[in-house]
Design a protein around this ligand. Structure first.
Ligand code: NAD
Ligand code: MN
Length: 507
């Protein structure tokens, strides 16, 4: 069995591509009832990639009913848990077999570098394996009761789940959503981002190939405002799991309240990255570089606010800027490419707008701050990795999520002060600290208002680590055993076993 796949595999680009992708409802590849289609693009080249069946509300209704039927009357959740686990391991195996196709289509549809796609898809494979294992030992409790009474809890799948995913990690976000849900025994309707629908469809196909029964996983590409909304308000949907921007997350939370749906929200971030005076400077530079520029900065946990201690500020920043300038942007399929394209023209303009507004407010761009033209990709959307200094805490570029390769840098002199400044954000997804002082590492980790704290680590998550936000970065956790409970209800079963009947009213 192949453990990992390298980019040696990507020899001829485009061989795996279909001209058209269908949606998947009740185990079938189908067109939209109204025959609607949408174009999907390769953002690195700004050219059309394929057409995709576009779901309408009628299609969403069919998908919900398929999921409902499979949940209410189907076998998936009634199977022995080991059998579900076996199918989930099979999904992982087929993902490895179809790795080249997944990587190729992920890169073509998102513009991310092949290295990023490989890492993320490897993780997605491991997510299915993780939940295949985790669900087997996931069970209820037997509780201490007064004499004559017996109580146990039974974990039951929550039901039909709508899963709405963003464009920045199309495969990985699909895995984060689908794997714990189906492990728990739920049935799902996946709504991929309009910009990147292709690989979620492939994952759904793989689920069926592996033996997931029809109706358990359905995928309906389409507009968030049309199809997403419909799912969020639907009476037959028991839970919504959403990853995306904070404003839309708030809207979903409000709309889900009509039916009191369970919700998991993974939203935006503006994560601090604190470099203390006792840090290993080279490790901090390398890790912080990855922390902001990986996935072209289009990452919820991008460490986009860098705080550097004044005593090392000049030395650190010189190295950081020098390395930023060395990053390669270019053909996403080239192994040497570090940073891929921006997802769309609109997103590029948002990024550039934040940079310009910071400059207008008095900030200084040390490197980047402009759109790039890449040979062979002249119509693509490319933005230079950008470092901004001389910022103040009130600037939009400092307060708001930019979702691009842009870092703002601030100086600090005192641990207490930097913790307060790091926490001065409505977001609370992740935070990174660089220090060789173990006491400080623990002390500061416990004071930061963030769901994920990285200590001397460029990476924020592996299967098994809970991922999710404090404050306006979300509700709930993904990627870990904790997530299983967010796809389950705890039922308390209480019985009386005494030989003497109880007559509480005494009548
Ligand atoms: P987005 O909020 O625009 O869209 C996310 C998804 O929601 C898409 O599928 C979209 O079609 C759908 N949608 C849009 N409007 C909707 C509505 N009214 N009702 C229901 N669904 C609707 O986000 P995006 O631009 O695709 O992704 C970027 C955002 O995602 C960033 O804010 C980023 O921080 C966040 N994100 C968070 C995490 C995390 O784990 N916390 C991970 C990745 C991305
Ligand atoms: Mn968007």
């Amino acid at each position: 069995m192949k453990e990992t796949v390298t980019n040696e595999l990507i020899t001829e680009v485009g061989t795996m591509k279909r001209d058209h992708y269908q949606m998947i409802i009740n185990g079938q590849r189908v067109e939209s009832v109204a025959n609607e289609v949408m174009d999907t693009y390769n953002p690195a080249k700004g050219e059309k990639l394929a057409t995709v069946a576009k779901a309408t509300r009628e299609d969403a209704e069919k998908a919900v009913q398929a999921a409902r039927e499979s949940f209410d009357h189907g076998k998936w959740r009634r199977w022995p848990v080991g059998r579900r686990a076996r199918v989930m391991n099979k999904i992982a195996e087929i993902m490895r077999d179809r790795f080249k196709e997944l990587v190729e289509m992920e890169v073509l549809n998102s513009g991310k570098s092949v290295g990023a796609a490989i890492a993320q898809i490897n993780q997605a494979v491991e997510d299915f394996e993780f939940y295949a294992g985790a669900i087997v030992g996931h069970r209820g409790t037997v509780n201490n009761m007064p004499y004559g009474f017996f109580n146990y809890t039974h974990k039951e799948p929550v039901g039909v789940c709508a899963q709405i995913i963003p464009w920045n990690y199309p495969v990985m976000m699909a895995a984060w959503k689908i794997a714990p849900a189906i492990a728990a025994g739920c049935s799902v309707v996946v709504k991929p981002a309009s910009l990147t629908p292709v690989t979620a469809i492939l994952i759904n196909e793989i689920c069926h190939e592996a033996g997931v029964p029809e109706g358990v996983v359905n995928t309906i590409p389409g507009s968030g405002a049309v199809v997403g909304d419909y799912l969020v308000e639907h009476e037959d949907v028991d839970k919504v799991a959403f990853t995306g921007s904070t404003p839309i997350g708030k809207d979903i939370m409000a709309k889900a309240s009509g039916t009191l749906k369970r919700i998991t929200l993974e939203l935006g971030g503006k994560s601090p990255n604190i470099v203390f005076e006792d840090a290993d400077i080279d490790a901090a530079v390398a890790g912080s570089l990855f922390g902001i520029y990986f996935n072209t900065g289009q990452s919820c946990e991008a460490r986009s606010r860098m705080f550097v201690h004044e005593s090392i500020y000049d030395k650190y920043l010189e190295k950081f800027v020098e390395k930023t300038k060395k990053l390669n942007l270019g053909d996403p399929f080239d192994k040497a490419t570090h940073v891929g394209s921006i997802i769309s023209r609109e997103q590029l303009e948002i990024i550039d707008g934040y940079v310009n507004s910071a400059v207008e407010d008095g900030a200084t761009v040390l490197t980047g701050g402009e759109e790039l033209t890449i040979e062979g990709h002249e119509n693509g959307h490319w933005y230079a990795p950008t470092v901004i200094v001389d910022v103040t805490p009130d600037m939009a570029a400092v307060r708001e999520e930019i979702f691009g390769p842009v870092v703002v840098v601030e100086k600090f002199s005192d641990e207490k002060d930097v913790v307060a400044r790091a926490n001065d954000s409505r977001y609370g997804l992740a935070a990174a600290i660089w220090t060789t002082d173990q006491g400080r590492a623990t002390r500061v980790s416990h004071q930061l208002e963030a769901g994920v704290v990285m200590v001397n680590s460029p990476f924020s998550a592996f299967p098994g680590t809970p991922f999710g936000g404090y404050k306006e970065s979300g509700i709930g956790r993904e990627l870990a055993v904790e997530s299983l409970d967010l796809y389950m209800e705890d039922k308390s079963v209480l019985s009386y076993y005494g030989s003497k009947p109880i007559n509480p009213f005494g009548v």
